[in-house]
Design a protein around this ligand. Sequence first.
Ligand code: SF4
Length: 262
Amino acid sequence: METGNKGVILCLERTSIHDGQGLRVVLFMKGCSLSCKWCSTPESQNAVVEKGYGRIITVDQAVAEICKDEIFFFHSGGGVTVSGGECLLQPDFVAGVLGECRRRGIDTAVETSLFAPWQNVEKILPLLNTIFVDLKHPNGKIHKNLVGADNSVILANLKRIDQSDFPVQLHLRIPLIPGINDGDEVLSEALSIANSLKKLVEIEILPYHRLGVGTYAKLERSYELEDVKTPSREYIVGRKEFLEKQGSNIRIKVGGGCTAGG
Ligand code: SF4
């Protein structure tokens, strides 16, 4: 999938305000070992360039692209966020990009499912200011049914990050899928995982959306959640209030919508 100096990316987006503090460049990597039923970027899952999706890029080229926005980082407190697909599956390339960005004083973040070997996590963790981790479902069996693998690797990686000496800011994201992981019991279980993490800064609820549905047809794949409707803003806020009423001190916010990269 990667040769170290080169990586397979889906695209690079500028001026994002949803993927970390300030204005950010988001580098979307290709390749993911999960297959979330709600994935809004199915074109990011395959680790190769396919049907016009993706390109191969060197570390130097990626850094040069990112640095075009350096002036905005400086004024907004922003930086670079590496997302996916799953960015931890191309650890040498991503470490090369993030290491060079750090050397230049650029704020660094990743969005990840944490479904990757610990040695991949270890390569990138020391280079991060912030890590956004998706918490898709607290129950291992249901998790497997929804995304293709249970959550044991993810929870073990999460614990090791939390217990590490690296001063990374940890954010948990819950992609809230109506009828699937938005019930009281599931949210309470997710909150108890969050409560056990001492590096946790915030829980972000990502409302389900259907923006990626058209891409499934282009890839000649079917979309399994055809019957799931986009929830109202009131409903999402109600779920946030439910979490807040559980008596945790963790800050909870509603984010911009389900993303890939976890
Ligand atoms: S939502 Fe993220 S973790 Fe899930 S399949 Fe898509 S890219 Fe992979």
